[in-house]
Design a protein around this ligand. Structure first.
Ligand code: ADP
Length: 504
């Protein structure tokens, strides 16, 4: 007994596998949540037809194993000191493989892939949309795994009989990695990933028989669904020389919410990347949206399920890239924050970056962008400022929907992602929302979330309170008068209306 106790106190690291859309990374965290090593390898993107996107599951596995070994060497740690391994992953991406050989029967169909669009339309025509929304919290869209699977079964008729005989297994990327890293002994996923398949009943917390029948997915291929923080199996000892428990799994956005310590009902995080991903913790009950937001499972810990509302913005940081690469009026994204302060305000200029339509709450896929309110006095600084402001306005649009749908008021917004480094944008965002913003020093919130989930399951951290204490933050508090800021927001709403009206 004493020997075991001694061993346990030595463990001081968590190793996270962060399998993203463009790369596989492995990151080691210490007990303070600080990063002590990173290894990264890009993965190839395959575009076999316009709108189709594939990855090679074997490449995903190989790059993940490569970085797993490399990060341990780079960080110069003893693998014996690793308390557990966590997985966070690109969500919805679909892999189907042979149970015995462990080989995929088809390339991974990536979340962005639109190939099952027609299947979604068909299901909609049959009147199933409401049923899917009610049971899964999702909309019938090609993003989610269910119709990707149906596409595989429709396209390759030999797969269905094989699946029914129990020869094939399905999994999202977490499941695919877990299966292989445990030497084919564990076929499991966590609730957060399951909730993005269109096949999982988020109320009953089980694969939904009726939906499986409608989509035509045999139950035999499905992984067991477990919580997000428990020991699922052991990393095979061939990788690091000893077995290590794999003990935390969450899809990337949910992991980021957890990494931002959004543990309580009403806590929200926004990731300012190419687009924005916003998630709100709605507590132990799922909230059904009337604005087109998605309802998903955030995580399950110790038998307690936390639900989330999720909204996204298509173009956020990408508008800054556009200023840099297309208009070429800035050299770097970072300088926009300084340039925006050269002018007192936006000078009546509004930039609606509807490059690919507008999502929540407008849902107009045909809308296209405008820069409005131009006068002789307008300079490029106004346009740059308007572009940054547009990111904040769109965030407010989505947050207002979250507030309305959930009836929960928002006290604080936690931020991460590339564009959250922009202090002007963050201050303007705080002013616009009338709520404080917190930006963690540690911006790897996705991997950190998976580390937290793993550390809670393996005893590195005692409870969630310990995690909050270790957070180092920069805060932005609202300073501008509400009246003034509301004037700006009205200007934005007018500009958006013009875009929508144009299409009518
Ligand atoms: P993704 O994960 O979607 O690739 P990142 O989180 O890496 O995105 O963020 C990159 C995006 O953030 C780019 O679109 C870039 O234009 C924008 N960005 C990066 N730094 C800044 C900055 N200081 N101000 C405004 N936008 C920025």
């Amino acid at each position: 007994m004493r020997h075991r106790m001694q061993q346990r106190t030595m463990k001081k690291y968590i190793l996270v596998l962060d399998q993203g859309t463009t790369s596989s990374r492995s990151i080691i965290f210490d007990k303070k949540g600080s990063i002590i090593g990173v290894s990264q390898k890009e993965i190839k993107q395959y575009f076999p037809q316009p709108g189709w996107v594939e990855h090679d599951p074997m490449e995903i596995l190989a790059t993940q194993i490569h970085t797993l070994k490399e990060v341990v060497t780079k960080a110069k740690i003893d693998p014996q000191d690793i308390a557990g391994i966590g997985i966070t992953n690109q969500r919805e991406t679909t892999v189907l493989w042979d149970r015995d050989t462990g080989k995929p029967v088809h390339p991974a169909i990536v979340w962005q892939c639109r190939r099952s669009h027609d299947i979604c339309e068909q299901l909609r025509r049959h009147g199933y949309e409401e049923m899917f929304k009610e049971k899964t919290g999702l909309v019938l869209d090609a993003y989610f795994s269910g119709t990707k699977l149906k596409w595989l079964f429709d396209t390759y008729p030999d797969l269905l009989p094989r699946a029914k005989r129990g020869e094939l297994l399905f999994g999202t990327i977490d499941s695919w990695l877990l299966f292989n890293l445990t030497n084919g002994t564990v076929h499991t996923t966590d609730v957060s990933n399951a909730s993005r398949t269109l096949l999982f009943n988020i109320h009953k917390l089980e694969w939904d028989t009726e939906l499986l029948e409608i989509v035509g997915v045999p139950r035999e291929i499905l992984p067991k669904v477990k919580s997000s923080s428990e020991i699922y199996g052991q990393l095979d000892k061939r990788y690091l020389g000893l077995e290590i428990p794999i003990a935390g799994i969450a899809g990337d956005q949910q992991a980021a919410l957890f990494g931002q310590t959004c543990f309580d009902k009403g806590d929200v995080k926004n990731t300012y990347g190419t687009g924005c991903f916003m998630l709100m913790n709605t507590g132990t009950s799922p909230v059904s949206s009337r604005s087109g937001l998605l309802t998903s499972i955030g995580w399950e810990i110790g038998g307690k399920v936390t639900y989330v509302l999720e909204g996204s913005i298509f173009i956020a940081g990408a508008v800054i890239q556009w200023l840099r690469d297309e208009l070429q009026i800035v050299n770097t994204a970072a300088e926009t924050g300084i340039i925006a302060k050269n002018v007192d305000d936006n000078g009546g200029v509004y930039f609606v970056p509807a490059f690919v339509g507008l999502g929540t709450p407008y849902w107009d896929m045909d809308a296209r962008g405008i820069i409005s309110g131009l006068t002789r006095g307008t300079g490029k600084d106004h346009i740059i400022r308007a572009a940054l402001e547009s990111i904040a306005y769109q965030t407010k649009d989505v947050l207002d929907c979250m507030k309305k749908d959930s009836g929960i008021s928002i006290k604080l917004l936690r931020v991460d992602g590339g564009a959250s480094a922009n202090d002007f944008l963050m201050q303007f965002q705080a002013d616009l929302l009338g709520v404080s913003i917190q930006r963690p020093k540690q911006v790897e919130t996705t991997a950190l979330g998976a580390a937290y989930l793993t550390g809670l399951a393996t005893g590195l951290w005692k409870d969630k309170d310990q995690l909050i204490q270790s957070h180092d933050l920069t805060s932005f508090t609202p300073t501008t008068e509400r009246k003034e800021i509301e004037k700006y927001y009205k200007g934005w709403q007018r500009a958006v209306k013009a875009v929508l009206k144009k299409v009518d």
